[in-house]
Design a protein around this ligand. Sequence first.
Ligand SMILES: [Zn+2]
Length: 194
Amino acid sequence: MSSVSSQTFACSRCGERYQAPVYSFIDAIANPALTDCVLTGELFVRECPRCGCRELIQTPVVYRDAACLVCLADRKLSVEGLDVACARLVGDVGSLIEKVKIFHAGLEDGAIELCKFVTRSELGKEVSLKFLRTEGADNEIIFTYPEAGQMQMLAVGFNVYEDCRGIIGRNPAMQESLAGLVKVDQEWVEQFIS
Ligand SMILES: [Zn+2]
């Protein structure tokens, strides 16, 4: 069952103090409707009842559904007894949402991170890519990245993803490092690429 408590916040715009629900465990197996609230980000937003200012709630939380388990934490949380094939640590809400999107699209996040690395290299610039969705009959991989204050979209062929998946499949060290509750991000890829 999900674990949620009411916490007091102060609005950063008008100073109003108010209570908002804060999840420490989001159980989308017990309550599948929570997945949508996570994907839209709604679950991580509090709204001031006086001025309507919306702010991000970024506290440690464990998300679980049938496809994955994702922990937003600055350290390894104990999640004993949660038997899942795929468990990930993330450092922020945006990354938590991205992981849920990746696993719900039936993709592997290690291959997606390698795809991002390849795409960044081809672009020739250091951009922070986030997986958005797959699109069309060819399952193109759609990434977003911020540039000049705007969100840009970029499509990458599914064959690039499959190539990346193949590279990881042939690399035992990469495969081993994907097991368990681990962080799979840009740093994860870069430790294998020199
Ligand atoms: Zn306010």
